[in-house]
Design a binder for this molecule. Structure first.
Ligand code: GEM
Ligand code: ZN
Length: 376
């Protein structure tokens, strides 16, 4: 049996693989950071039908150690079809067993979104969705931070921004963006065409390519949490945020969505910028309407569970949602998808996954279309 994680978004360290029924593993921390939770590794040389047991022994010291209860690991024999493997968090370790159907299998914290798939997405956006590569920043390790613009009407007044995967382990975020870009390829979509009559879309499908490639959970390679860098971004240690902020200031923002994943809460939800000092009754009404509209169209979304709303004036403005909402006096959300499942409509076989993330991206465009005329 061989265990490998030396690949795009791979993360595992083998502690002791001498016993196939109790393979002892550990998750590696993000570079220059203590954060860890994301794992992704390949096991080959398996005997189909024999039972194998895997134990992530340091799960209890991970960034969100309470998130392992109720969590089931994802697995795939082909890296396309991913399914959940019953997992147990016990004695500080995440344990799961399998009697594999094939000689090799991949395990991950969530359905991975690869750099190869990202490159294809950027290509399809330009070739099939009419996007232009409006600008391109660079991560610390020199990977591109693509800013795509979809502009179908030169007179369009509104600027709608979506950025994704500031936290590199939250792979559901770029799946969401693939849903957005797939829908933009539909030219007979009346709702979408109405949106694009009034607004240009600015999309950053992946804010943290270095962290995604390295199998990080939370930070870039300088160890910075990009979603705490929006008041102090620098070209040295957070060029990813620095670049996007520059572009936002040049273009303007009328609606901002920051796409994330959440380790603990088994539901899809949104966090707004209600704690901002400038959070007016206008923005409060738009915030409520956005949520109500997303529920009304039957999206996998809910408003019962989520983060505790910030008290007025208590927002942490180092976060993108709050920083952008404040600076541009605009409607702004952090959109959160679960690493577990959306328990309002559970799917025990897959849990929350890439396809459901994509559908949410498509649904959010419908709400943007319904609200574009009210953003200012
Ligand atoms: C979260 S955003 C946290 C927002 N909290 C409140 N109370 N609004 C983060 O960056 O910690 C997003 C995420 O990591 O998914
Ligand atoms: Zn996040």
């Amino acid at each position: 049996m061989q265990i490998n994680s030396n690949f795009d978004s791979g993360n595992i360290e083998v502690i002791d693989a001498s016993s196939p029924q109790q393979v002892l593993l550990a998750i590696r921390a993000d570079l220059n950071s203590a954060h860890f939770q994301w794992f992704h590794f390949q096991v080959s040389g398996l005997q189909p039908g024999q039972r194998y047991g895997f134990s992530l022994g340091n799960a209890g010291q991970s960034s969100y150690k309470n998130a392992w209860s109720g969590y089931n690991a994802v697995a795939s024999y082909d890296q396309v079809n991913w399914f959940r493997v019953p997992s147990r968090f016990e004695n500080g370790a995440l344990n799961f067993d399998i009697e594999p159907l094939h000689a090799q299998i991949w395990f991950a914290y969530f359905e991975p979104y690869s750099r190869e798939r990202h490159a294809l997405l950027i290509e399809d956006a330009q070739r099939l969705a009419g996007a232009e590569l409006f600008a391109c920043g660079k991560s610390i390790e020199g990977r591109p931070i693509e800013l795509l613009r979809i502009s179908r009407n030169p007179q369009a007044q509104r600027k709608i921004w979506l950025i994704a995967q500031q936290h590199p382990g939250e792979h559901m975020a770029e799946w969401f963006m693939q849903g957005v870009i797939e829908r933009l390829q539909q030219r007979d979509d009346a709702e979408l065409n109405a949106l694009l009559e009034q607004a240009d879309l600015y999309l950053v499908p992946n804010m943290n390519p270095d962290g995604a490639f390295r199998g990080h959970l939370r930070t870039n390679v300088a160890g910075r949490d990009l979603n705490r860098a929006w008041q102090s971004a620098s070209e040295a240690d957070s060029p990813e945020v620095y670049f996007v902020q520059q572009q936002m200031r040049a273009v303007g923002v009328d609606l901002f969505l920051d796409i994330h994943g959440d380790e603990e809460i088994p539901h899809v939800f949104a966090a707004g910028c209600e704690g901002n000092p400038g959070f007016s009754s206008r923005l409060a009404a738009l915030d409520k309407e956005f949520r109500d509209q997303l529920m009304a169209i039957g999206a996998e979304f809910q408003t019962t569970f989520g983060y505790t709303p910030d008290q007025f004036g208590q927002a942490n403005t180092t976060l993108a949602c709050n920083a952008v909402g404040l600076e541009f006096d605009c409607l702004a959300f952090t959109i959160e998808m679960p690493f577990k499942d959306h328990d309002d409509r559970p799917n025990p076989h897959t849990g929350w996954n890439g396809a459901r993330s994509m559908q949410l991206g498509k649904d959010v465009l419908s709400v943007a279309a319904a609200m574009v005329g009210k953003l200012r």
